[in-house]
Design a binder for this molecule. Structure first.
Ligand SMILES: NC(=O)c1ccc[n+]([C@@H]2O[C@H](COP(=O)([O-])OP(=O)(O)OC[C@H]3O[C@@H](n4cnc5c(N)ncnc54)[C@H](OP(=O)(O)O)[C@@H]3O)[C@@H](O)[C@H]2O)c1
Length: 311
């Protein structure tokens, strides 16, 4: 069924992969963000600041979407720690606005959340049935958003994902490693924090599938497998054929920064497993495609759909 889908944060790393994938699946997409759209794509673009409730109301009522995918967020984890009011304004209040309007107008809401809602004290993957307990302000503000979604909008999907990488924006961890490799001979990388690296294109395809489900609720959607930041860095350089920079393991206690991060935030896709719909591939395969897509762009190819197919 063709849906009219409004995406917040469409200019972000996930949004730029997600919107064309939704369109390829036959849906009509309204892209919204606070910033100007990329020059190549001005169609169906709206400025929308989710912290402004009137702006949210007018935009949703004008476009009357069937589904809102709420990907807008303040995602700078250290920035959230330094400026918690901004974190809660965007991630909690912004989601409150979107959830209240979606609930009042019977729109389905799909909210992107994070593995950082968990404290990382465990050593086995977290399922959707484990209690969240964030240890930093980014996680706390995103969890506040989850609660507004659950309370205010009956038809909702809360999708927790993690360690995203995608070709847009150049801010993802594998991207940073490849950028650093141009100027550095060695880099120390945290080896005692573990997570679920996830390709934005794989997540986008999984979201397309999820939207057809009548089973509203909370889902973990990540690529299969787990690793440390150190292992992710090493695999990135190996797959990209980079031999000029060596990565060396360090404990998180030696990594400077204002933010406590969970030591173990690996997500298990338990809801999808129970429903027999867990088809996400291992993160290493997804990373290999990301590297190919990135290399194709650098040599003048297209950012969309390059290669074989995708926090
Ligand atoms: N990246 C990860 O590793 C990761 C992991 C787990 C979950 N997630 C979640 O996945 C979603 C997408 O992440 P992402 O990596 O694509 O994030 P991103 O690249 O930072 O994109 C977020 C977008 O939201 C926009 N935005 C910020 N404040 C806004 C506001 N007040 N109103 C409307 N738009 C606003 C940002 O614009 P500006 O850039 O101009 O501020 C940006 O374009 C987020 O909800 C995030 O919490 C991400």
């Amino acid at each position: 069924m063709k849906l009219r889908i409004l995406v917040t944060g469409a200019n972000g790393m996930l949004g730029q992969d997600l919107c064309p994938i939704l369109e390829e699946a036959g849906h009509e997409v309204i892209r919204t963000d606070t910033g100007a759209p990329p020059a190549h794509n001005r169609a169906l673009w709206e400025l929308l600041d989710v912290t402004d409730v009137q702006n949210v109301r007018h935009t949703l009522l004008r476009h009357q979407p069937d589904v809102v995918i709420h990907a807008a967020a303040y995602t700078d984890v250290d920035g959230c720690e330094r400026n918690p009011d901004h974190a809660f304004r965007v991630n909690a209040l912004g989601t409150w606005n979107v959830a209240a309007l979606c609930g009042a107008h019977h729109m389905t809401l799909c909210y992107l959340s994070t593995d950082f809602v968990f404290d990382g004290a465990r050593s086995t993957p977290y399922t959707e049935f484990d209690p969240p307990n964030p240890i930093n302000r980014y996680g706390a503000s995103k969890l506040a958003g989850e609660r507004f979604v659950a309370q205010l909008c009956r038809q909702h999907f809360i999708v927790r994902t993690a360690w995203l990488f995608g070709v847009h924006g150049g801010k993802s961890f594998p991207d940073r490693m490849l950028q650093l490799a141009r100027t550095h001979r060695e880099r120390f990388v945290v080896a005692d924090q573990f997570g679920s690296p996830t390709y934005t294109r794989d997540l986008s395809h999984a979201l397309v599938e999820l939207l057809t489900s009548p089973l509203y609720g909370t889902y973990h959607i990540v690529n299969a497998g787990q690793c440390s930041w150190f292992e992710l860095a090493r695999k990135t350089l190996e797959l990209a054929g980079v031999t000029t920079m060596e990565v060396k393991p360090i404990p998180a206690s030696e990594y400077p920064g204002p933010t406590r991060r969970p030591a173990y935030s690996v997500l298990r896709r338990y809801a999808l497993e129970l429903q027999g719909r867990d088809f996400l591939r291992p993160w290493q395969q997804a990373l290999a495609e990301f590297i190919r897509q990135r290399q194709s762009i650098e040599t003048g190819g297209s950012a969309s759909g390059a290669g074989s197919e995708n926090a």
